[in-house]
Write a protein that binds this ligand. Structure first.
Ligand code: ADP
Length: 309
């Protein structure tokens, strides 16, 4: 089945059971993402950003509803979704090159085939090494092929983690606060680095961050997921997408965007979008201005409202 959208959420709910009962984390999420979009996802701590990533990755299933990747349900992790975490995705005992080709090797060879067909194993592995080296070269890491992770700076390690995910040519690159542990300078370098990679490949990126400037600078489209909103009901449970909008200023943006007066205005606007309980918006006032955004309002939430697109 083919779809206009590389990623879709249809009426997705996710709840967890704990000692105090069942807790709804994601409340009726609808989302449609086109190939090549650079999505940035912001939200208060605990709103369910990582949960959303796990649903896309397929490592968890929705309690209700469907997550689709390129027209098919996301069932279990697969090479069409790559992920970069804030830390710890590299194997300390492997060189940069071996870290990058680890996924390719794993996909092609079982422990058995390495011993049963050593010549084939050596031949294929050489191909992987050439492919890995060419990729690292293109990413400006040609000098680091035989270094080990502990010999690299934090920023370099994250470049290698990005190469490790990208070599599998995923349909979607998921990033979970990937630059959150870096100092300001390395973080800026890495932001430019990921935009360069996007310009080269036009891959679809789903990038979670809690840094507003980073979200606005990097994204072509901004999502805010939040548990802070109001409806006609006395009590809400679970987060919704309270903002789904294009990020103004073009894409990718020049670094001068970070010093533009426009940014300050935009920051204030986004801060008031549900990142702070004080500024909880009513469900009918969500900024769902993106052309693919979906407005979900149930009759209880809005009195006589209904689900519309
Ligand atoms: P975020 O990434 O936005 O900080 P998370 O997705 O990590 O939020 O978590 C959202 C909520 O779901 C939190 O309240 C968290 O405690 C709860 N949660 C996440 N995973 C589990 C789990 N496996 N079991 C129980 N509760 C969970």
């Amino acid at each position: 089945m083919s779809s206009d959208f590389i990623l879709e959420f249809h009426d997705v709910y996710k709840s967890y059971d704990d000692l105090s009962g069942t807790k709804l984390v994601l409340n009726d999420i609808d989302l449609q993402v086109r190939k090549g979009e650079f999505i940035t996802l912001l939200g208060p701590s605990g709103c369910g950003k990582s949960t959303m990533l796990r649903l896309i990755l397929g490592s968890e299933k929705p309690s209700k509803g469907t997550v689709m990747i390129d027209g098919l349900p996301a069932e279990g992790p697969s090479r069409d979704r790559g992920i970069v975490y804030q830390k710890y995705s590299l194997f300390p005992h492997l060189t940069v090159l071996d870290n990058v080709i680890f996924g390719l090797d794993l996909e092609q060879f079982s422990q058995f085939s390495r011993y049963l067909q050593p010549a084939k194993y050596r031949r294929e592995r050489k191909k992987h090494q050439e492919r890995g080296a060419a990729m690292l070269e293109r990413m400006g890491l040609g000098h680091a092929l035989y270094k080990y992770p502990h010999q690299l700076s934090g920023g370099m390690r994250q470049r290698v983690a990005i190469a490790q995910a990208m070599i599998m040519e995923p349909k979607i690159l998921l990033m979970d606060e990937p630059f959150g542990a870096l100092d300001d300078n390395s973080r800026t370098d890495m932001q430019l680095f990921i935009l360069e990679q996007w310009e080269r490949t036009h891959m679809t990126v789903f990038f979670v961050t809690h840094d507003l400037v980073e979200a606005l600078f990097l994204g072509s489209r901004l999502l805010v997921l939040s548990q802070y909103y109001t409806t006609a009901k006395d009590h809400n449970e679970g987060s919704k997408i309270v903002t789904d909008r294009e990020v103004p200023g073009g894409f990718p943006k020049p670094t001068s965007f970070k010093n533009s007066p426009h940014l300050k205005e935009l920051l204030n606007e986004v801060r008031r979008s549900g990142l702070d309980p004080e500024f909880a918006r009513h469900i009918t006032e969500f900024d769902l201005s993106h052309r693919d955004a979906m407005r979900t309002v149930t009759p209880e939430e809005w009195g006589n409202g209904q689900k519309e697109q």
